[in-house]
Every structure is written in structure tokens, then in C-alpha cells.
Ligand binder design. Structure first.
Ligand code: NI
Length: 170
């Protein structure tokens, strides 16, 4: 019988894996990929990634504001859909907001209370974000394919599905 009393570390580990997969997607991005738009009037891939960062920080701010990190100007999502084309800066944003979400959920779990604005349980915020980011992951991969710059399954597999399936603790 597995211990079910404290699944929090496993759930937080899943969140960290989700972020690692996004960072890996950024690493796999073909030359010029950040500027690709799935639709003529739609956001670029870069904008989708900064949107993810901004949504994370907004949800933390609305629900557990004490965990909003003090951000250097470059990492502040002044504009939700910023068209940031520097991959290293986007990666830094995603790392920072991932820690903020992790700490907010962990902190809120410790209080035993619901989140301040939305969600009856802190883990639902985490699940919501994983769902949101998986949605954009698919959109980004499809956009690259439509633009003629697909990421090959053999390259993406180990850095996406492989991260979820890795049996080693991360
Ligand atoms: Ni979205």
C-alpha cells in the first residue's frame, strides 16, 4: 500500500517537470522559431511563452500575493504578451515564475486555507497551470510544423515525454 498522506512533494515535482519541459521546448526551438505565428493575427511563439510567465505571476498575485517575487525589470511582465526574442531571457522568466508558483502552492498548503481569489484548493491552481501550459505547448509545436520548421519527434520525445516518464526523482 502506498503512502497517500503526503503527496505534495510528488505534485510539486510534477510542476517542476512541467517547467523543465517548457525550458526544453525553448532549447529545441529552431532558428527564428520564436517569431513564428500560428495565425497572421495571432501571437508569436515568443509571445505565447511570455504569456505563460505573466499568467503564472498574475495567479500568484491574485491568490497568494506574499509569494510574488521581486523581479528585475527584464523579467517583469509589463506587457502580458511581450514579444521577447531572447531565449535566455524567456528561460529566466519561466524559471522565476515557476519558483513563485511552487512556493505559493507549498506555502498555501501549509496554511490549510483556500487560495485568496480563485480555487477551493491550492493544488487546483497548479493543475490549472499545467493544463494551460500543455495547451500552449501543443499550439507552439503545431505553429512550428505549419511554418515548415517542425521539431522532430526523436528530438522532442526525450525532452518532453521522457521528462514525465523518468523514474528518477528530479
Ligand atoms: Ni493562454
Amino acid at each position: 500500500m502506498r503512502e497517500t498522506a503526503n503527496l505534495l512533494p510528488t505534485v510539486l515535482n510534477a510542476w517542476n517537470r512541467n517547467n523543465l519541459i517548457l525550458l526544453n521546448l525553448l532549447r529545441l526551438m529552431p532558428e527564428g522559431g520564436l517569431g513564428v505565428r500560428p495565425l497572421d493575427d495571432g501571437p508569436t511563439i515568443a509571445q505565447q511563452l511570455t504569456h505563460l510567465h505573466a499568467v503564472r505571476l498574475s495567479l500568484v498575485e491574485e491568490n497568494a500575493p506574499e509569494f510574488v517575487p521581486r523581479l528585475v525589470p527584464d523579467l517583469r511582465p509589463e506587457e502580458e504578451w511581450a514579444d521577447e526574442r531572447h531565449s535566455a531571457r524567456i528561460a529566466q522568466m519561466l524559471r522565476t515564475s515557476a519558483v513563485a508558483v511552487h512556493d505559493a502552492v507549498q506555502g498555501q498548503m501549509a496554511t490549510g486555507e483556500a487560495m485568496q481569489s480563485h480555487y477551493g484548493h491550492p493544488l487546483l491552481m497548479l493543475q490549472h497551470l499545467i493544463w494551460h501550459e500543455g495547451y500552449h505547448h501543443g499550439q507552439i509545436k503545431l505553429a512550428l510544423k505549419l511554418a515548415g520548421h517542425p521539431i522532430a519527434d526523436r528530438d522532442a520525445g526525450p525532452l518532453t515525454w521522457g521528462v514525465w516518464m523518468n523514474k528518477e526523482p528530479q
